[in-house]
Design a protein around this ligand. Structure first.
Ligand code: AMX
Length: 434
């Protein structure tokens, strides 16, 4: 049994007890009010679900189980998953055990490749990823155990098994898609006894003479793993999982949300914007040119990708961490240099544009600062991973860990099926006092 399994056997009864105590003590107390604007506006700020794995503080950014992200930036993905799920920082023995357990499950059935090979050559890599993973749903231990009459108390166990399998196969499927979709040659296999980050870098087939690309992959998978429970991907996965759909169905549903341009696809859009900027001003734009270009984008009715956030009100620490990586490894890369320069200019542009919006009677832009997607693509681009449409796949391999940790916790404590109440506009007009 993995050390993670034993740890959960110890923790799950404590979680259940805590949940029961909280419900007994606070069950009928109010924790949020909802305005009509929030109901029409994506439920922004409405506290309506519980997520233990991480928290996004508007002025601090991502905090995983109490640890601000930049304080734990050296974690490997195996550590991240353990921390997300248990709340405890793993030691070296746990990391070794996690690597062993992932290795045991790192096999993709042949039928997955057949399905992917049959897809149209110009399919989006995200469509290929979710199709590949969904094809594997027949492997679900949860569904099997459920159909054999598993007791409620046991739900988390096959959910954990499915989670470990999904974490192990996702980088293999994702790397296979990269090589297949972009004509990179034969698939490269998983190397036994190595960690997820190293293997993903290796299977993509990117040249990595100094090992820094593998380091970037570890950092990338760690940074994108979770962003509390209300974002589109986590929230969708949570809702689908609440119907007791297994982890394959639920994670794929979440990833379909991640594929939207306002969510995980922004990294693709963002690098495109930076490259266009570099092309237009050969040799790299000046700050003045960036300012003009940014205003052009905004006045053309488009958003500046990689800037703004639904919750954050400061520079995303994930962006700060990636900026630090680029400055350390390739400060003079022309694309990275533009990303760093854009960071100096765009927050002020957005602030001025926000004032213009307000004068014109529109709402302000709530956050002028970069989010994770503003810089991540430039790092991948440096290593020769230049196919923008692939970037959300990398995000997905990572985000699956957060979604899976949340699913396991929910099945462990017995979270109910999601079912908020909706009302129509007529109901609002009739029942809400202006
Ligand atoms: N450029 C231009 N306008 C922006 C903007 C930006 N970067 N960020 C916000 N705005 C606009 C919104 O489009 C909205 O305009 P509208 O009222 O005319 O529709 C207005 O400002 C108010 O929006 P908000 O309250 O500041 O943000 P939000 O919570 O509604 O949306 C987000 C958040 C991320 C969708 C938005 O900031 C955006 O579109 N950013 C660019 C895309 C992006 O980077 N997405 C990635 C987010 C991180 C992730 O999930 N991976």
């Amino acid at each position: 049994m993995p050390k993670l399994y034993n740890k959960l056997e110890e923790l799950v009864p404590q979680w259940r007890k805590e949940r029961a105590n909280i419900l007994k003590k606070y069950g009928s107390a109010k924790m949020s009010d909802v305005t009509v604007a929030q109901a029409y506006g994506g439920m922004r700020g409405v506290k309506g679900m519980i997520c233990e794995t991480s928290l996004v503080e508007p002025n601090k950014g991502l905090i995983i189980r109490g640890y601000p992200l930049l304080d734990i930036k050296d974690m490997w993905p195996e550590d991240t998953f353990y921390l997300l799920l248990t709340g405890e920082k793993p030691d070296k023995a746990v990391r070794r055990d996690m690597i062993r357990e992932i290795n045991k499950r790192a096999k993709v059935p042949g039928y997955v490749w057949k399905v992917l090979e049959a897809m149209p050559k110009n399919s989006h890599p995200m469509t290929m990823l979710t199709t590949g993973l969904l094809t594997m749903e027949r492997e679900s231990e949860f569904r099997k155990a459920y159909s054999e009459g598993m007791k409620k108390e046991e739900y988390w166990k096959p959910m954990l098994e499915d989670a470990l399998r999904i974490i192990a196969v996702m980088p293999i499927i994702a790397a296979g898609i990269y090589r297949m979709r972009f004509n990179k040659g034969r698939r490269i296999g998983w190397q036994k006894d190595k960690d997820i980050g190293w293997n993903y870098a290796h299977m993509l087939g990117i040249k990595d003479p100094d090992g820094s690309f593998a380091k970037l992959m570890r950092l990338y998978l760690h940074f994108h793993s979770d962003h509390e429970g209300g974002n589109v991907s986590a929230n969708t996965c949570h809702t689908v999982g609440s119907a007791l759909s297994d982890a394959y169905y639920a994670v794929v549903a979440g990833l379909n949300g991640l594929a939207g341009p306002l969510h995980g696809l922004a990294n693709q859009e963002c690098l495109g914007w930076i490259i266009d900027l570099n092309k237009k001003f050969r040799g790299g734009p000046s700050e003045k040119q960036i300012r003009e270009y940014a205003f052009q984008t905004l006045r053309g009715g488009q958003v500046i990708p990689g800037y703004g956030h639904a919750v954050l009100r400061v520079t995303d620490p994930r962006f700060a961490g990636f900026l630090e990586f680029g400055k350390k490894h390739f400060p003079n890369d022309p694309v990275f240099r533009t990303v760093a320069r854009v960071f100096k200019v765009v927050p002020k542009v957005l602030s001025e544009f926000s004032e213009e919006r307000v004068k014109a009677g529109k709402g302000p832009i709530a956050n002028f600062w970069p989010n994770v997607d503003a810089g991540s693509g430039s790092l991948l681009h440096h290593y020769g991973l230049k196919e923008f449409s692939y970037y959300t796949v990398l995000f997905s391999v990572s985000r699956a860990m957060g979604m899976l940790a949340q699913l396991i916790w929910n099945r462990a404590v017995g979270t109910a099926i999601t079912r908020p109440k909706s009302v129509g506009s007529a109901w609002v007009k009739k029942n809400v006092k202006a």
